[in-house]
Design a protein. Sequence first.
Length: 228
Amino acid sequence: MEQKKQSIRILVADHQSLFRQGLLTLIASEKDLVVLGEAEDCGQLALRMTEAADATPNVTVIAWDLPGLNGILGLEDLRETGTQLLVLAGGADPEYARRLDSAGVAACITREEASALLLPLIRQLARQSSTLSLQNLSSTVERLRSASLEPPVARSGPALTARENEILRLLVSGSTVKDAATELDLSVKTVEAHKFNLMRKLNLHTRSELLGYARDNGIVMQPQPVVA
């Protein structure tokens, strides 16, 4: 009998609640990934790691500026638990990147890159957890970054859900996330999560790309008011 493929266990730690919710929605849409828990500071992170003692996360996605994190030393301590660390950093600082390598961090991306790079990197880290080559992984990150910069193309799938289509039409018609939440009687947090997921599905990264997609695919946009 064929052995069932084991799910990849993930812990998400980021103090920006809307962004964290977007990551959780993104991960939850994948059948081979399972979220063990979430945390908004190091106290919660320690608790989640204790709760997951019998099943250490394969990958921990953690913000570099997580409240309570003792910098590089904190990352080193976390790495000793056996989890692979995928750090969400604020920018490209070569010296900081070198220090992350020395702390055993497996990969580092910016929050802006998460929608395009997070899922493939999680799977890469889980596959190579025992024989991880930082040089090979670095090449993978750069390849994924290059691919994410290619212009988005119209495609038939994966299909958006009915709710994602509603939010897409509101956003390209000029509504803000708050406006869309009010119109659909949803929380701003929920709309942000749907927006994050639909842009990931469509391989879009900016508002201008979203508007271009809507124009190319015949999604009606209300005319913007003309300022005299």
